[in-house]
Ligand binder design. Structure first.
Ligand code: NAD
Length: 484
């Protein structure tokens, strides 16, 4: 029966989920996250081996279905995702303390509307003197999916749609800081499956995801493909697993604004993109290289659109807070990493840390810095945007490519000069290159094309969709089956 999701109903469910996870009162790690709101999560198991077993049963059920039956389940997932987008958005912010509810809601609707389904799977036929050769895109089996804290339920639902459309089963090892939200999404997929006449447990997950449960997933013979969405550490670990793996890793997207751009629009677009979900999306604008002759106008447009400019002294103080020292236990090397207390927080909250009090209208912090500044060099994932003045396009491209650090993830440019646009796109070699729009146009939000929350730069699948989770199989019919 459809639930009437009023504000108070959403609040009731979110607080009941968090309470039943023990997050509000119990010490971390002591909760039973197979239960929520008085009900067991469907498809969530205390043990990873049990989750893989359930995902294997889910895979067998999907294999036995017609494509139309699969599509019926996917339609039910899309519908429930739309209906419960505000619940998952609220839960995501409450559990992780990161991001913005209205933007997370929009991200779920985007997943529901623009994640490709079974239509993405197409067979190819080749005919000639020797007959017919058919190439079909077959499932791998059970896919092991590692998901991030930054887009937790969005990634679970997007991956579930694509992986099921391709005929696979799925088992998740979600981010430990987003267990409730991720596993709520696993439960939602299973509820949708049951509603549409599919198995009660179509996809599975674990209640206590750890590095050890990830290792069980890597080593289990039933898991044939690993898909990892996260930072460099986890991408490296799946790529070292010895299994076929899809790695969707970190980025540090630069933006160039030259003096042919519609500068006022560029200022608004950049702040819209950079502040979306408090800069959590890996594609979001992270640093700007602005031609010196338009930099003042660009900054003025940014300020008119919700940016608050701080001085370099304030920026340096803020950098000491948002970046903290971390020691690698194996090598003993100490390096600066982003503080988890600051990732995805509101601009207002970050400004308070350096004694600046502003209202809710401020959605992004901007500052002029040198290229070497840690705000330029680190993927902050918070609404802080450094701006570096550049002389010309040569310097802009040179510095922007260096700031991207070879992630080949995403880059942006505001310009009407097609030579400049082409030169930067060629030099930076990113999976996504957005021209004259906010970053989110690159994942189909206000831009053409499908969406995904798993952008696989390192392994080359690009913006993943159902076909990324398939293996190609060939069938040859000798001397027959041509009709000409
Ligand atoms: P993260 O790297 O902290 O964690 C991702 C997942 O990997 C979590 O489930 C975590 O528990 C697990 N993990 C971490 N190290 C592991 C290891 N050695 N073995 C097994 N599992 C391990 O990611 P996060 O902070 O939640 O997300 C932010 C990062 O992910 C950013 O760098 C961002 O750019 C990237 N990201 C990329 C994409 C993309 O599509 N390319 C999408 C979202 C996020």
């Amino acid at each position: 029966m459809a639930i009437d999701w009023t504000e108070s109903k959403i609040e009731e469910v979110v607080s009941a989920v968090l309470k039943s996870l023990g997050k509000q009162n119990a010490p971390s790690g002591s909760w039973d996250s197979t239960q929520y709101n008085g009900r067991a999560y469907s498809g969530v198991y205390a043990d990873m081996n049990a989750a893989i077993e359930a995902a294997t049963a889910g895979y067998k059920a999907v294999r036995a279905m017609s494509v139309a039956e699969r599509e019926k389940i996917i339609t039910a997932i899309r519908n429930l995702c739309r209906e419960e987008a505000p619940v998952m958005a609220r839960l995501g912010v409450a559990e992780t303390k990161m991001g913005r509810v209205e933007h997370k809601t929009a991200k779920h609707i985007l997943v529901a509307d623009k994640t490709p389904g079974t239509e993405d799977i197409r067979a190819a036929a080749q005919t000639g003197d020797y007959g017919l050769t058919l190439t079909e895109m077959a499932p791998f089996g059970v896919v092991g999916s590692i998901t991030p804290s930054t887009n937790p339920s969005e990634t679970v639902i997007c991956n579930s749609i694509g992986m099921i459309a391709a005929g696979n089963g799925v088992v998740f090892n979600p981010h430990p800081n987003a267990i409730a939200t991720s596993n709520y999404a696993v439960d939602l997929v299973n509820r949708a499956s049951a509603q549409a006449g599919g198995p009660k447990v179509l996809v599975a997950s674990t209640a206590k995801p750890t590095l050890e449960s990830a290792q069980i997933m890597y080593n289990h013979s039933a898991v044939r493909l690993l898909v990892c969405t996260g930072g460099p550490g986890v991408v490296k670990s799946v790529l070292s697993s010895g299994k076929k793996a899809i790695g969707a890793g970190a980025g540090n997207p630069p933006v160039i604004v030259d003096d042919t751009a519609d500068v006022r629009k560029a200022g608004k677009d950049i702040i819209d993109g950079c502040s979306f979900d408090n800069n959590l999306p890996c594609i979001a604008e992270k640093e700007v290289f602005a031609f010196a002759n338009i930099a003042d106008e660009l900054i003025s447009s940014m300020k008119e659109n919700g940016a608050y400019q701080i001085t370099i002294e304030q920026a340096n103080r803020l950098a000491e807070i948002v970046l903290v020292e971390s020691k690698n236990l194996k090598t003993g090397i100490v390096k600066k990493v982003v503080s988890r207390e600051c990732v995805g927080r509101d601009a207002k909250v970050l400004l308070e840390k350096i004694g600046v009090r502003v209202g809710d209208e401020v959605r992004c912090i901007i500052c002029e810095t040198s290229f070497e500044h840690p705000f330029v060099q680190n993927e902050l994932m918070m609404p802080i945007l450094p701006i570096v003045r550049v002389r010309d396009i040569d310097e802009a491209i040179d510095l922007a490519v260096k700031a991207e650090h070879g992630c080949r993830h995403t880059a942006h440019m505001h310009s009407k000069n097609i030579d400049h646009l082409t030169r930067f796109a060629r030099a930076v070699e990113t999976t996504i290159f957005v021209k004259n729009a906010p970053s989110y146009a690159g994942i189909g939000f206000g831009g053409e094309g499908h969406t995904t929350f798993t952008i696989a730069g390192p392994t080359g699948e690009g913006l993943t969709s159902a076909k990324s989770f398939t293996r190609y199989r060939r069938c040859v019919m000798s001397d027959s089956f041509r009709i000409i």
